[in-house]
Design a protein around this ligand. Sequence first.
Ligand SMILES: [Zn+2]
Length: 331
Amino acid sequence: MIKQQLKQALLSSGVLRLAGRLHGKGAAILMYHSVLEDPGSVADSLGGMIHPRAIFEGQMELLAREFHPVSLDQVGRFVSGEEELPERAVVVTFDDGYADNFEMAMPILDRLGVPAAFYVTVDCVESRRLPWPSRLRYSFRKTARKEWKGEAAKVWNLGSEREREAAYLAACDRVAMLAGAEQERVVSHIEFDLGTMLPAESGDLMMNWGQVRGLAQGGHIVGSHTMTHPNLAHVGVEDARRELVESKRRMEAYINAKVVHFSYPCPALFPNWTEQTTQESQRAGYETAVTTSSGLARRNDNPLALKRVRPSKTVDGLRWNLETAFAGKAV
Ligand SMILES: [Zn+2]
């Protein structure tokens, strides 16, 4: 309560805005995943990454009213010194490629004139299934098994919710370091061991290519989020190259347009980018790449390692995160 009052006092005092001016211009690139009417219905697969539709709409109204929504292309040109940005510039981005991005989020964005960037996990769209962290989350939450044998024959108890979560996170740390066929082999093995897997119709939560094209035709940016959603900072260079190059090539063929924007997956482990991954993403032909490191995008930043801001799950939370980000704090 006191904390809330203190935040309110700081917001209305103008102190944060003054600090923001002293820090100079920058853009807050917001990271969203999914927007649904009823987030509870898919909590066992998507987990906590969903924004309820009404909250998302309130957050977009806040951006349109009190900030300056700009496109990711503008931020790319600002970072490299080719273009100025308005004060309090914000960019809306979505990771993974969920169908609700097209069905729920785009109509709200378009009504308010907010441009966005949507990053697609290509293999998930092609094979109509959710990214592997959702598959594992579902198996660990729904399994009837009492224990699971993880890496180095370590036995994990699955009795309580907390134990299941700990085992799930350990599995994520392992799979985040794998890509392509090897990743699929290990994920299906875990699903088999746990004796339960996501129903096939959960794949309908992913966009199809017609929807991805629809976003691009609607004037939004579509970019790549790899083929199979590994942590690129933790896979070998050959795997990283294939994820960067192949996803770009396939997307370009499906949407018949250049794909020059990339988002580093962060399914587990941190950071999700390195100096080498930024060089590889540039070599693959990308012009910008967003990370999950926190902060604003500022002039002379590396455009292939842009920071982002977490939007929080309330309208007031978003306002607070943006005001403090513009005042210089990593959110
Ligand atoms: Zn992702």
